[in-house]
Design a protein around this ligand. Structure first.
Ligand SMILES: Nc1ncnc2c1ncn2[C@@H]1O[C@H](COP(=O)(O)OP(=O)(O)OP(=O)(O)O)[C@@H](O)[C@H]1O
Ligand SMILES: [Mg+2]
Length: 263
């Protein structure tokens, strides 16, 4: 009889990029008083899943993302990536912030290739891979441009290419399109949905744009305002690519708005 644990099908199914959060708590000290920001959180994220995290301003979204990135230590509980506890930053995770923080004195291609060279790639291999990801984000013609010559949306695309070139399993994004105008934001959401599908990444996106959450996520997690309340979640079971004006989309967006008392 065939040994099932060595079946190529089962081994292929064991993809990477799983995130597990167990009893996670984070407190800060403010003016001598302890402020609980995350209280006893549990969540499980499957490899390749797309998660949006929403919540009121100050509910701890950025703090949670920084803990997942390893930029911040939790006070209690733990984060596991593919079953192993997280300690500090790691190359299997890439973080994208609202501002891409490109190096202004380096060309676009160099901004993407430079971290690869630092990571030990040859210059030739780094530039080759940088070109591939620049193409993926639709900026193949801007390799030699400098950051000051780019629009906000283009700069953010370079930031996304730079993160993807490091081949992370998990992409962590904190309001990546928050500084962009409404139309550019929609285009960028469509591109991110396509890239997420092509690269088969686990994606964890913090956003305060509820439509963006419904457009991109398999599940939307709602951080509670009351720290003793549990995390709530809404499953977005809609076919992709998603249509923002479809009845099901509108209904889920309204359900999410209702979570915040909005109509
Ligand atoms: N380094 C820090 N020291 C002290 N308090 C902090 C620190 N970082 C965050 N906080 C506090 O933790 C709480 C949550 O902050 P956080 O930035 O995670 O919120 P957020 O949900 O991302 O908000 P927003 O939607 O406005 O970005 C806030 O009350 C904030 O003042
Ligand atoms: Mg924030």
């Amino acid at each position: 009889m065939q040994n099932l644990t060595q079946s190529p099908v089962l081994m292929a199914a064991k993809a990477r990029g799983a995130v597990a959060i167990h009893a996670l708590s984070k407190r800060f000290r403010m003016n001598g008083r302890a402020l609980t920001v995350l209280n006893n959180l549990d969540m499980q994220i499957r490899p390749g899943e797309s998660i949006a995290i929403v919540g009121a301003s100050g509910s701890g979204k950025t703090t949670l993302l920084r803990v997942l990135a390893g930029l911040e230590e939790p006070d209690a509980g733990r984060v596991l990536i593919d079953g192993a506890p997280v300690h500090g930053v790691g190359t299997e995770r890439a973080v994208i912030f609202q501002e891409p923080r490109l190096l202004p004195w380096r060309s676009v291609i160099d901004n993407i290739a430079f971290p690869l060279v630092i990571a030990g790639e040859t210059r030739q291999a780094a530039v080759h891979r940088a070109r591939h990801y620049l193409h993926l984000v639709g900026l193949a013609d801007f390799a030699e441009a400098f950051p000051a010559q780019l629009s906000g949306g283009m700069a953010q695309r370079v930031g996304i290419a730079r993160a993807l070139a490091l081949k992370p399993e998990i992409l962590l994004l904190d309001e990546p399109f928050g500084a962009l105008d409404a139309m550019t934001r929609i285009v960028m959401q469509e591109e991110l949905a396509r890239i997420w599908q092509e690269e088969k990444l686990t994606m964890i996106l913090v956003t305060h744009d509820l439509e963006e959450a419904v457009y991109l996520a398999d599940r939307v997690l709602i951080l509670p305002r009351e720290k003793n309340s549990p995390l709530r979640e809404i499953h977005i079971d809609l076919p992709r690519p998603r249509n923002r004006s479809a009845t099901g989309f509108v209904a889920l967006r309204e359900a999410l708005m209702a979570e915040f008392g909005l109509h």
